[in-house]
Design a protein around this ligand. Structure first.
Ligand code: 6PG
Length: 627
């Protein structure tokens, strides 16, 4: 992986000497930034006039251009005073994560002494003071004390750059391991950490390293201090540990070893509110925090997940290259990883992703159940689902097809699985967030509660004997009608999921880009689908799926089938809550005069909560003595 090493510091700090030596030792090209000054700048400086920012702009852009060109071929060393952060921003524009900064730092007296002893340099020593005044200490640089000998400086820089890893992965569970292999395959120098627990987690990192060829260069640790010290500064450490309290414990374990401006990325399914709290807490410690939703399971993590990072934008730029390189790519080859927004917005959208995922899974479970009641065996269900791929393709449809084909002995495995659905809590949070934000995510709640109902297995069996069921196989439904009901509910599901994102974005002023969110969900993640692909375009013109002419047309086309499927399921006691809810929701959200007037009257009756009148546009409150 090529890098541009910018050696910076005030005039007289020894940039050129160190830069040349370093380039020589690393066998990479060397460029002295001063050689790229336009004539007018050199003249000004020789006349003892300081350059202003306008003088510098073109020069800095030329160096940025040079750096970009070099990166396509090789690493290189460029020396440039780069005293202000905005100069460094220009120099590293578009190549931030491929830029390494080395700051040669020394006291005013020391450098003045050096300058005085120098001949033929166009910077008179009395211009040094303003340089020190201008210098904004870089936060993301390897800072080297220039009182050392040049060779010692080179050794230290090389040690920091070469021997240290550029990225650390903390926690080698299934996802952590896959991400390590993904990073290593992409040529990144990584350090991997897994804790030591006597007799339970022993030499996890070391054993993992020897298991895979691509990890031969990776460093393996079970000691936090050694792990942290193995990383280049500012350090980038991605946590792949269980969401919840563990994240806080890990942060506390790491903190004593970290330095200012190090970056922690939480790649787990963390609660977005906690992410904001951790962000604020770590900011007070001078450490950056990025909450990044990661979707795609084990395979996605290995081959390219969808990544949803949020938090401090400047910190994100430092890790952008790692995350974007390892992420899945969309149909145009763009990374399915984008800076989502501030605070915990990345984890928020990952949470909603999972809510949508719950519904997509539930809908497939419902349609498969209908097909089963209609007499299809598992192979036939698989074939039916497979035939839907041209019209409703999605990752979840694909895996469900494979699931239905899987046999164990003479029977299908799916029929042997206990019908109690687990959950790790994100669907729960999505439902809570919906309630808190006042957004009717009825399908997500319905999918979540279906899992909860499934959990009451023993009670279900008991109650089954008390209640008569009209279940027959006499469903008069075509496969097309079932497919259309499924497509109908999927649109409503996506409407509700994105609605929740819109409302959160408004409430928390996150300014989220829906089209971009849909785009990073077109590949790598669990809810990637042809519909998601369509939504990338839909969200370019509206934030409301149900306002889009194409979606309106589809809903109108599919609704009769949805009604027919759901009503027959009700008649036949087939449980299809998500399909049902989709119809109920569309009816509700398209009702001009709803039944809420009656609720208002009831509230006013028993609690004098007052109501507004449709014949009074002023919004005045009325109370009636109803008796
Ligand atoms: C993903 C998944 C992933 C995981 C969930 C499952 O996007 O890769 O959503 O995050 O599968 O934790 O959640 P439940 O256990 O709650 O179904």
């Amino acid at each position: 992986m090529n890098n541009v090493i910018f050696i910076m510091g005030v005039s007289g700090c020894g940039k050129s000497t160190i830069g040349k030596l370093l380039a020589q030792e690393l066998s990479i090209p060397f460029f002295d930034g001063d050689d790229f000054h336009p004539e007018s700048n050199i003249k000004k400086m020789s006349n003892g006039q300081p350059l202003d920012d306008d003088d510098r702009q073109g020069w800095l852009e030329a160096l940025n251009h040079l750096a970009k060109q070099q990166l396509t071929k090789n690493s290189c060393v460029i020396v440039c005073s780069a005293l202000k952060q905005k100069y460094r921003d220009t120099l590293s524009l578009g190549i931030n994560s491929r830029t390494k900064w080395v700051h040669l730092s020394g006291s005013f007296e020391k450098i003045l002494e050096r300058l005085k002893s120098r001949k033929g340099h166009f910077m008179p020593s009395d211009l040094l003071k303003p340089q020190f005044d201008t210098l904004e200490e870089p936060k993301n640089a390897i800072t080297i004390d220039i009182s050392q000998k040049p060779q010692e400086i080179i050794n230290e820089v090389k040690h920091q750059l070469e021997e240290k890893s550029e990225f650390g992965l903390f926690g080698l569970g299934v996802m952590g391991k896959s991400l390590c292999r993904n990073l290593a395959k992409n040529g990144f120098k990584i350090s991997m950490f897994n804790r030591h627990v006597d007799g339970v987690e022993v030499d996890v990192a070391k054993n993992f390293k020897v298991e895979f060829k691509e990890l031969s260069e990776a460093k393996a640790f079970d000691d936090i201090s050694a792990f942290v010290n193995s990383l280049q500064q500012p350090r980038c450490i991605m946590l792949m540990v269980n969401a919840g309290k563990t994240i806080d414990y890990v942060i506390e374990d790491l903190l004593p070893h970290l330095s200012e401006n190090d970056i922690i990325i939480d790649g787990g399914n963390s609660n977005y509110k906690k992410t904001k709290e951790r962000n604020d807490y770590l900011k007070s410690k001078g450490v950056h925090f990025i909450g990044a939703g990661v979707s795609g399971g084990e395979e996605g993590a290995l081959k390219g997940p969808s990544i949803m990072p949020s938090g401090d934008l400047e910190a994100y730029k430092q890790v952008q290259n790692y995350l974007e390189t390892i992420s899945a790519k969309d149909q145009n080859g763009l990374p399915c990883c984008t800076y989502v927004g501030p605070d915990g917005s990345g984890h928020f959208i990952k949470m909603v992703h999972n809510g949508i995922e719950y519904v997509e899974m539930q809908l497939l479970a419902e349609v498969a159940t209908i097909l089963k009641v209609m007499g299809q065996n598992s192979d036939e269900i698989a074939n039916t689902l497979d035939s839907w791929r041209s019209k409703a393709s999605s990752y979840l449809l694909d895996i469900t097809t494979v699931i239905f084909k899987k046999k164990e002995g003479n029977d299908w495995l799916v029929n042997k699985i206990l019908d109690k659905a687990g959950n790790k809590g994100t669907g729960n949070w999505t439902t809570i967030a919906s309630a808190e934000l006042g957004v009717p995510s009825t399908l997500i709640a319905s999918a979540l509660f279906s899992r909860y109902i499934s959990f009451y297995k023993e009670e279900r069996i008991q109650l089954n004997s008390h209640f008569k069921s009209d279940k027959t196989s006499d469903l008069k439904l075509s496969e097309t009608e079932i497919l259309e009901a499924y497509q109908f509910a999927r649109i409503i599901n996506h409407y509700q999921g994105f609605k929740l994102i819109v409302e959160a974005s408004n409430k928390f002023e996150w300014n989220l880009n829906l089209s971009e969110i849909a785009r990073i969900w077109t590949s790598g993640c669990i809810i990637k689908s042809a519909l998601m692909q369509d939504l990338v375009e839909v969200f370019k013109t509206t934030t409301n799926i149900l306002m889009n002419p194409e979606m309106i047309q589809r809903i109108n086309q599919y609704k009769p089938s949805a009604k027919k499927v759901v009503s027959q399921c009700i008649y036949n006691d087939i449980t299809t809550p998500a399909l049902n809810e989709a119809i109920q929701f569309l009816n509700g959200i398209t009702t001009e005069y709803a039944s809420a007037n009656i609720i208002q009257a009831q509230r006013d009756y028993f609690g004098a909560h007052t109501y507004q009148r449709i014949d009074d546009a002023s919004g005045n409150s009325y109370h009636t003595n109803w008796d």
